[in-house]
Write a protein that binds this ligand. Structure first.
Ligand code: NAP
Length: 315
């Protein structure tokens, strides 16, 4: 496993990170989830990403339990806040930030997280209130660094304009061969400000593993056939997208790796991307995905793959 520096921080994060959306504490059973976390460590993954809202606290509680026996310095722990935790608890106000960080630390059974991320921008709270409250969290030692997820360039600029605030070091956008939206504006802006990307759904929720053949029955035990985890997948499962993904297979054979590894190596070709956060329902998936780190792939193969998916990617 290779490691990259996270923006203007002193954190070294693994190029492949373990995410916990839909899976741990909810869609995946306890023992299988624990086996995935164990495999992550065995594969050299040190960055673990979660959020208070994943399973409404269940993902953080699961991680708190399975990480409890491990030295705190052996992993980089990232969580988030913003989405509703109850009818009244949501957003990025001073009161919410103070309340949600304490609740997350309690569930995670740690005295600090390494990265505290704003899951979305909160238009209902003045940005200086949010930044001052996040700065207090850092000064209190409850989070080492702060980040944001899916903020627009204007929103990012507005945060950096607050004098005396702790500065963001990470951005968490969706990014994959099938979703290149942040490349144009967010990546260059972040690079200039000492902010790295840790990207989500780099496999388009499993579609970029090639396991969903067009016109075929969805594999049992896949996210697409899961009642609890497949809810957000619909827009990826179009015949045109699935057909284009199948056309990547000869290129991937030339590259000498699996389609999942090729898709992960593709996001990691960007210097501003520090880590690709994968989900996993089985330890074998993590072993396969972790081996994408350090792959040297001929850039012309990437260009051929980009051309194949160009007509179907969104955006
Ligand atoms: N900031 C945000 O708004 C946001 C939003 C979404 C996600 N995230 C973060 O990003 C993480 C990753 O998102 P994601 O789960 O959508 O990522 P993903 O890596 O694109 O998809 C993960 C799913 O693909 C399948 N898969 C993974 N590796 C595979 C392999 N080698 N072979 C076959 N199938 C494989 C597994 O599902 P099955 O085995 O069930 O098919 C796995 O759960 C989340 O856990 C979360 O931490 C953040």
């Amino acid at each position: 496993m290779r490691y990259r520096k996270l923006g203007a921080s002193d954190l070294e994060v693994s190029e492949i990170a373990l995410g916990s959306w839909l899976t741990y504490g909810s869609g995946v059973g306890h023992d299988r989830g624990k086996a995935c976390v164990d495999q992550a460590f065995a594969s050299g993954i040190n960055l673990i990403d979660t959020a208070n809202v994943y399973g409404r606290g269940a993902a953080e509680s699961f991680l708190g339990e399975v990480l409890a026996g491990r030295p705190r310095a052996s992993y980089v722990l990232a969580t988030k806040l913003y989405f509703p935790m109850s009818a009244t608890d949501q957003g990025l106000s001073r009161a919410q930030i103070a309340k949600q960080i304490d609740a997350s630390l309690r569930r995670l059974r740690v005295d600090h997280v390494d990265l505290y991320q704003c899951h979305r921008y909160d238009a209902a709270t003045p940005i200086d209130e949010t930044m001052r409250a996040l700065s207090d969290v850092v000064r209190q030692g409850k989070a080492r660094y702060i980040g944001f997820s899916e903020w627009s360039p204007q929103q990012i600029e507005s945060a950096f304009a607050i004098a005396g605030s702790v500065r963001f070091v990470s951005s968490q956008p969706q990014y994959s061969l099938l979703w290149r939206n942040p490349e144009k504006e967010v990546f260059p802006l972040c690079a200039a400000k000492g902010v790295s990307q840790i990207v989500w759904s780099p496999l388009a929720q499993g579609v970029l593993t090639g396991k969903y053949a067009p016109g075929a029955k969805r594999p049992a035990d896949s996210r697409a056939s899961s009642g609890s985890m497949g809810y957000f997948m619909g827009s990826w499962l179009t015949p045109a997208i699935l057909e284009a993904v199948q056309q990547l297979k000869p290129i991937v054979r030339e590259a000498g790796c699996t389609l999942a590894q090729f898709a992960l190596a593709w996001v990691l070709r960007q210097e501003n991307v520090a880590s690709a956060i994968v989900g996993a329902t089985r330890p074998e998936q993590l072993a396969e995905n972790a081996a994408a780190s350090g792959l040297a792939i001929d850039p012309t193969l990437f260009q051929r793959a980009e051309a194949i998916v160009a007509p179907v990617r969104r955006p």
